[in-house]
Write a protein that binds this ligand. Structure first.
Ligand SMILES: Nc1nc2c(ncn2[C@@H]2O[C@H](COP(=O)(O)OP(=O)(O)OP(=O)(O)O)[C@@H](O)[C@H]2O)c(=O)[nH]1
Ligand SMILES: [Mg+2]
Length: 214
């Protein structure tokens, strides 16, 4: 790509994410998912990893997806229609220790069923809290995605909480994780929803999956 092409790609991606974005559906069970009308991108990760915050930051909204200091905020699979071109999907977090065992198991079943069975799911953004790195349950999700041949990219979140040298280390670790998994993209996105860092690269990655403009 020439520099001009790159500028154009970035401008188009920014424009897409600055467009209309509306909540269209919340599904609490696998049999209540909306029809598959648009390519979908799902934000997946441990409870409190920053999924809802990242969706808000990407779309420039403060309160599109509900964010909370209490983990376990997002309880349904929420669908946001971005400009009639891409569906952004906010999933409940997994690994929420304080949820009752049965509720945690139920959420996990719902999340895993969605990830395994959604034909128009084009990409998963697997969020990893940069302070914690990938944990056992993240690796289990990566294996599930590998097995289901759902391609995904890793996005580190809350990088504002780390000093630059620590960031470099966690990026190297994440890249090593990605290399070990067949369905993972090698590129790692380092983001801060708080400081609005690292959003452009992710917008470009996701905009490439959107339905072409009518
Ligand atoms: N410092 C900092 N805090 C963040 C960032 N992104 C999210 N947070 C905080 O992390 C907490 C969890 O954010 P959410 O976006 O609700 O996380 P989630 O992954 O959607 O959580 P669940 O829906 O419970 O699974 C909130 O207190 C956010 O304010 C970030 O980039 N930097
Ligand atoms: Mg959430």
């Amino acid at each position: 790509m020439t520099a001009d092409d790159e500028d154009e790609t970035l401008a188009a991606a920014r424009k897409l994410f600055a467009g209309e974005c509306d909540f269209v559906w919340g599904a609490g069970a696998i049999d209540s998912l909306p029809p598959q009308t648009l390519p979908e991108v799902a934000f997946v990760g441990r409870s409190n990893a920053g999924k809802s915050s990242l969706i808000n930051a990407l779309t420039g909204r403060n309160a599109l997806a509900r964010v909370s200091v209490t983990p376990g905020r997002t309880r349904e699979i929420n669908f946001f229609n971005l400009a009639e071109r891409l569906m952004l999907v906010d999933l409940p977090g997994y690994g929420y220790a304080k949820a009752s065992k049965s509720l945690a198991a139920e959420w996990q079943r719902l999340i895993f069923a969605y990830l395994r069975g959604r034909a128009n799911l084009r990409r998963v953004v697997l969020l990893i809290d940069a302070r914690r790195g990938a944990m056992e349950i993240d690796r289990a999700v990566m294996e599930l995605l590998d097995a289901a041949a759902v391609s995904y990219c890793l996005a580190l979140t809350k990088i504002d909480k780390l000093a630059p040298p620590e960031r470099a280390g966690i990026m190297t670790d994440a890249a090593a994780q990605a290399r070990r998994h067949t369905a993972a993209y090698p590129e790692i996105y380092a983001t801060s929803a708080l400081k609005k860092d690292g959003l452009d690269a992710l917008k470009v990655h996701l905009a490439a999956l959107a339905q072409p403009r009518p």
